[in-house]
Design a protein around this ligand. Structure first.
Ligand code: EPS
Length: 404
């Protein structure tokens, strides 16, 4: 059995709820741990007023006792503080006829497609569930995956590479990470956590803040690119046996499913198309008594299976759809050309998106890990993991030894 999670909740509803199924018993976790990751999602220069209203906190309702998972379904709730201002607009029971019906969709948001698909007579229904507010629930679920992976020395982190086409002076991703320089991934993540826009170059941070200020003044928004990494994975997660077992495909799916993400690359990504094979593939070497790779252009995945090198992903987020200087739209009542609707929103959310992508990546890695090693308790999973990884090189070599 594998793990899964479901979320429910509207952007301005009472709260977001999460149910997780299939986690082994014994994973150490606390509300403080989950809340620390929720706080990371709320950060980033360029976010809107909502982040000043909310201090996202997960309340655990089941599945955790004395700081450890019980192996039973986990349920959580994140209350929306802003709900008290929306009780009429989002009333569960009686409709208040004074509440305005929204009829002007924002291009780039799910306003129009959701309204057509579900036959709504008020775009508000589309706005609420399609909102990226839902990603708070994903980060809460992802915290369980992280806590589990940490037990096996696996670190998941991220940093922002660019916002508004402002890139770092030094291309750390191509020149260090893809070249297989391992470095300290925890330190890299902390560096990003300490930045106002999750970048790792101080001078770039200043340039980006200026760009966000300008976008704000112009009533415009900015997108960007970010890197997600997962280090410490064993060889063998995922499989080439079927399309939906491939680890790279599953990671791409999970990250592409995040609001406003339009592209995901694994390792060298699009660059592989323009480079010769001898410069793309990662030479197999023996390093510190282990099989390793000279470089990591594959982004830690070959044939849909983890190679043991860090998993490296790069993704692009489009600019936020809500514009304070709006582009054109149609009023669905009159079908006349009008300016798109303004809603309170962010000017950029690339730093938050990187943290959400970490959570989704952690979830996929934890899922693949449990498929490989199984276990209803952490102790059982640990035993299976050690059985597979201990003395791996010797046993591999022994299999190839022929008697003469
Ligand atoms: C939010 C994400 C964005 C914010 C939202 C909170 O969602 P959306 O996809 O709808 O733009 O705009 O906040 C509001 C809707 C608001 O009232 O300000 C989040 O990540 O929590």
């Amino acid at each position: 059995m594998s793990i899964r999670f479901l979320t429910a909740g509207e952007s301005h509803g009472k709260g977001l709820t999460i149910i997780i199924e299939g986690l082994p018993a014994g994973i150490p976790i606390t509300e403080d741990y989950i809340n620390a990751h929720l706080a990371r999602r709320q950060k980033g220069y360029g976010r809107g007023m909502r982040m000043k209203i909310e201090t996202d906190k997960a309340e655990l309702l089941s599945g955790v006792r004395f700081g450890k998972t019980t192996g039973q379904p986990v349920s959580m709730i994140i209350w929306n503080k802003d709900w008290e201002n929306w009780t009429d607009k989002l009333a569960v029971n009686e409709e208040n006829s004074q509440v305005e019906k929204i009829s002007i969709p924002r291009p780039g948001h799910a306003d129009l497609v959701g309204t057509v698909k579900y036959g709504y007579d008020d775009i508000r229904n589309s706005i609420e569930r399609s909102s990226a507010r839902e990603t708070a629930a994903r980060v809460a679920a992802g915290s369980f995956a992280r806590a589990f992976l940490e037990q096996f020395g696996i670190t998941v982190g991220s940093y922002v590479e660019s916002i508004g086409n402002c890139y770092p002076e030094y291309d750390f991703y191509r020149l260090q990470l893809l070249e297989g320089q391992k470095g300290d991934f925890t330190e890299l993540n902390t560096l990003a956590d300490d930045s106002e826009v999750r970048v790792i170059e101080k001078e770039q941070e200043n340039r980006i803040i200026e760009l966000i200020k300008k976008a704000k003044k112009d009533g415009d928004t900015l997108g960007g690119t970010f890197i997600v990494f997962a280090s410490g994975l064993p060889v063998g997660l995922g499989s080439f046996s079927h399309y939906d077992r491939r680890l790279d495909a599953r990671l791409a799916h999970a990250i592409m499913s995040i609001h406003a993400v339009k592209a995901v690359e694994v390792g060298s990504g699009f660059d592989v198309a323009d480079t010769v094979g001898s410069k793309v593939h990662d030479e197999i070497i023996l390093k510190d008594g282990n099989i390793s790779r000279k470089s990591n252009h594959a982004g830690g995945i070959e044939g849909g299976i983890s190679t043991g090198m860090p998993v490296l992903l790069r993704a692009a987020m489009k600019p936020i759809a809500t514009l304070m200087s709006p582009i054109g739209s149609l009023d669905l009542v009159t079908m006349e050309k009008v300016e798109a609707r303004r809603e309170r929103s962010d000017f950029t959310a690339v730093p938050a998106c990187a943290v959400i992508a970490e959570s989704m990546a952690a979830w996929v890695v934890a899922e693949a890990f449990l498929e490989k090693f199984g276990g209803d308790s952490l102790t059982e999973t640990q035993r299976n993991y050690e059985g597979f990884t201990t003395g791996m090189l010797d046993s591999l070599s022994a299999k190839f030894t022929r008697e003469v």
